[in-house]
Design a protein around this ligand. Structure first.
Ligand SMILES: [Zn+2]
Length: 320
């Protein structure tokens, strides 16, 4: 469990909002959000495959419903609504672009700019997304713990949002660039659970000097890590997040999803005495409802879940 104060969450939103203003859009402009969270039940076969969130002025699309059967309705909706910007996981927006191209669909009314986050934006994804939607893609680097953040400028450099936390690099022996090392973060805004020189498990390099955009804040370059695995469902969807299938399940301490074969997954569970077969059934029901009705699931109760070499817990591992 990680606690954050309301003030620290507000600060994070202000930093995200500033990133948007660098591209002449406001956070409350009408926009589309592409999320890994379930938005409509997986069994739903007819549009709408999205929901409107009035207070946030957004249309929300869930990755569970992006496939060759739904893509036409989704592109029609995007073309129909005058959306100022898109935001969400790059893997999901990339999936829309590739699925739409394969279906021979065109974007008539793309947004002004696309903001991605939570996962690294790969070069191949950026090229496909920019070509299909006809606009620039930008992203920012952040942490769910709210300790540090860096947002891209129009020149494509990650400027450290230094008011939020102190970001430093601890040089290590990995690789051949001595200036690249493990990122350590000290947050300034979350007094509810302060973290000092917190090692998030990512590596990078900081450079000073002026950027062509005119900003003088340090630039985070060579960001490594943060790649996320996914599960490929028999329906052809790529699912990177599973936290919602464990919601309301008692007696569960940790869980990890591993895909070794097409069409099936193993779920490793670390449980305590409160965990019963009823709890396992809840997980299976949520999976069937939100992830895939046909995916084969094997549960394995284990004593512990191994960490990566850098000590990171991985919720999803793909061994396909
Ligand atoms: Zn810049």
């Amino acid at each position: 469990v990680f606690y954050r104060t309301p003030a620290s969450i507000s600060f994070q939103w202000a930093v995200w909002s500033r990133h948007k203003q660098r591209f002449d859009v406001n956070y409350d402009d009408y926009h589309a959000l592409f999320t890994g969270k379930p938005i409509v039940p997986a069994t739903q076969r007819k549009p709408p495959f999205w929901r409107t969130n009035k207070p946030m002025n957004q249309l929300i699309f869930g990755m569970q419903h992006i496939n060759k059967d739904t893509i036409r309705a989704i592109i029609e909706k995007l073309n129909d609504a005058p959306l100022v910007f898109y935001t969400g996981y790059p893997s999901i927006i990339y999936q829309i672009a590739t699925t739409a191209v394969a279906a021979g669909l065109n974007m008539m009314a793309g947004p002004k700019v696309i903001f991605t986050g939570a996962e690294p934006l790969h070069e191949f994804q950026r090229n496909v997304i920019e070509a299909f939607f006809g606009c620039l893609v930008t992203d920012q680097y952040g942490t769910s713990e709210g300790v540090a953040n860096a947002s891209k400028c129009p020149e494509g450099n990650y400027h450290v949002d230094f008011e939020m936390g102190y970001l430093e690099v601890a040089p290590d022996d990995i690789g051949d660039d001595p200036a690249t090392g493990e990122l350590l973060m000290t947050g300034f805004t979350n007094l509810g659970m302060p973290l000092i020189r917190y090692a998030i498990g990512d590596r990078g390099k900081l450079s000073r000097g002026s950027c062509a955009c005119g900003r003088h804040s340090p630039v985070l370059s060579k960001l490594e890590g943060r790649s996320e695995d996914y599960v490929l469902t028999p329906e052809g969807n790529k699912i990177t997040r599973f936290d919602y299938i464990y919601k309301g399940v008692n007696g569960l301490e940790e869980a990890q999803v591993i895909q070794r074969k097409a069409g099936e997954i193993d779920i490793l569970l670390v449980t305590n005495t409160e965990f019963t077969s009823d709890e396992q059934r809840k997980i299976l029901e949520a999976l069937t409802r939100y992830v895939s009705p046909t995916l084969e699931v094997h549960f394995k109760v284990v004593n512990d879940i191994p960490r990566t070499r850098s000590g990171k817990f991985r919720a999803v591992i793909n061994q396909l």
